[in-house]
Design a protein around this ligand. Structure first.
Ligand code: ZN
Length: 146
């Protein structure tokens, strides 16, 4: 079952520059940075209440984020991530409803989570991510290590 919007994924060309904007202009604090090899991105996280902002900068021209930036040179909202308590069941439900899955199986994404994406052509233009904490029971927050 979907529990919440976990985060918004935002594609950026220059992570440091955009982190600076979120800190200076919005007064938010960058809570965590990491590199996600599976998606060829560097990521920075902010918390806005229960929802996170995930800034994504490509580390490779083959990164899905690099391809997005080719079409959207200013960057922009890349995906919406729904937090679920059962990612496999969520994928099955979406597939049964006719959605095209980009990933048949969840894989390890940022913040120690299992993630999988639905194709935007089958979700009315919104690249949709499902995510679930990898070690369920940890509360599901990427900041639990703080
Ligand atoms: Zn995401």
């Amino acid at each position: 079952m979907i529990k919440k919007i976990d985060h918004l994924g935002i594609a950026v060309k220059n992570l440091d520059e955009v982190v600076n904007y979120y800190e200076k202009a919005l007064g938010l604090k960058c809570e965590k940075r990491e590199e996600v090899a599976s998606q060829k991105v560097r990521v920075a996280f902010f918390s806005v209440g229960e929802v996170h902002i995930e800034l994504l900068e490509p580390t490779d021209p083959e990164s899905p984020i690099a391809k997005f930036l080719e079409k959207n040179p200013n960057g922009g909202i890349h995906h919406v991530a729904f937090g679920t308590d059962n990612i496999e069941a969520q994928l099955q439900q979406a597939a049964a409803a006719g959605c095209k899955l980009i990933h048949e199986k969840p894989f390890e994404g940022a913040a120690n989570k299992l993630v999988a994406f639905l194709h935007p052509k089958s979700t009315y233009g919104v690249l949709t991510e499902f995510c679930m904490p990898k070690n369920n029971g940890g509360g599901g927050c990427c900041c639990s290590s703080h």
